[in-house]
Write a protein that binds this ligand. Structure first.
Ligand SMILES: [Zn+2]
Length: 307
């Protein structure tokens, strides 16, 4: 069995974002059911030991809201979180690691570029490397997700590169506006010892043939749902950046995610990493209806999927 819990479905900033009065953030401030934390999921093969895909800045609340991630009541200090797999180095993917200090053991898996970011920022040394080893992920090579004592968890993961871009805060210091920098944007396939598997691709700038071939026929995919249209942040007056500029394809349109998935025969499809500018976040929005009619769901905190 493969158990998945969505810890958060929103993009960077969450919903509502602290400084935003866009229609969605305003609505979520008035109705807590519309609020959501920044994107992360937890996965387990045995229902006891859990691995997180990315550690969002909302992780403390996400753990408190998820009974599966609470300490075992028979122990004074304990966590069922056995590891965190990092798919990129954005703030909304790595900042939550800082909340996982306090001495509990777990593993961190990340591409060497992402681990390099942690190594270069001394604040991450709050995580004792003896108890919290950093393990490098090689692209396209499946690896076992190990429990705290080094034994197998029943889960394997495989990371693959998808079209994308580097973390914002690196752009001016290293490789400008380049895309496809190796290791900056990873998709993951996670497989349980039961043989079931699913994909999470929380950031993706475009669907190429390799990615389409990989996802075709999958039982479950979580995919980049940052934006409904490429220019929505610009037209809403929220900022100057288009989706393509940020490394995200849009949900809608001829070259959007929904169109790209049409021929892929994926059984269950969730959008994740929904920006607060995206009108499809709101349950009764026409964009949401279109999306649901196309067989998609929006991942939100607390959702559970079992394969
Ligand atoms: Zn907003």
């Amino acid at each position: 069995m493969l158990s998945i819990v969505v810890l958060g479905g929103a993009a960077g900033g969450g919903v509502p974002q602290w400084n935003c009065n866009c229609a969605t953030c305003k609505a979520a401030r008035n109705d807590p059911d519309l609020a959501d934390g920044q994107a992360s999921i937890a996965v387990s093969a045995d229902g006891k030991n859990w691995f997180l895909v990315n550690a969002s800045p909302d992780i403390r609340q996400q753990i408190n809201d998820t009974w599966e991630l609470h300490p075992d009541e028979s122990e004074l200090r304990h966590s069922p979180i056995a590891g965190v797999i990092l798919t990129n180095g954005e703030v909304d993917a790595v900042a939550g690691l800082l909340s996982l200090r306090e001495g509990s053991p777990f593993g961190i898996w990340g591409h060497e570029r992402v681990l390099g970011l942690l190594d270069a920022n001394s604040i991450f040394n709050v995580l004792d490397r003896e108890k919290v080893p950093r393990r490098a992920i090689a692209i396209d090579e499946p690896f076992d997700l190990l429990l705290q004592d080094g034994t197998p968890s029943g889960l394997t993961a495989e990371a693959f590169e998808v079209p994308g871009k580097s973390a914002w805060y690196l752009e001016t210091t290293e490789h400008g506006h380049q895309r496809d920098v190796s290791g900056d944007t990873l998709g993951l396939k996670i497989t349980g010892s039961c043989g079931k598997s699913f994909f999470i691709v929380a950031a993706c700038a475009g669907m190429d043939d390799a990615l389409a071939d990989r996802l075709r026929g999958a039982d479950l995919v979580f995919f980049d749902g940052t934006l409904w249209t490429d220019d929505e942040i610009v037209t809403a007056g929220l900022g100057p950046k288009t989706g393509q500029r940020m490394g995200h394809m849009s949900m809608s349109g001829g070259d959007g995610v929904m169109a790209a998935f049409e021929p892929l025969d994926v059984k269950r499809k969730f959008f994740i990493h929904i920006n607060n500018s995206n009108p499809a976040h709101l349950p009764r929005a026409p964009e949401r209806v279109l999306l649901e009619n196309a067989g998609w769901d929006i991942a939100t905190q607390g959702q559970k999927v079992t394969l």
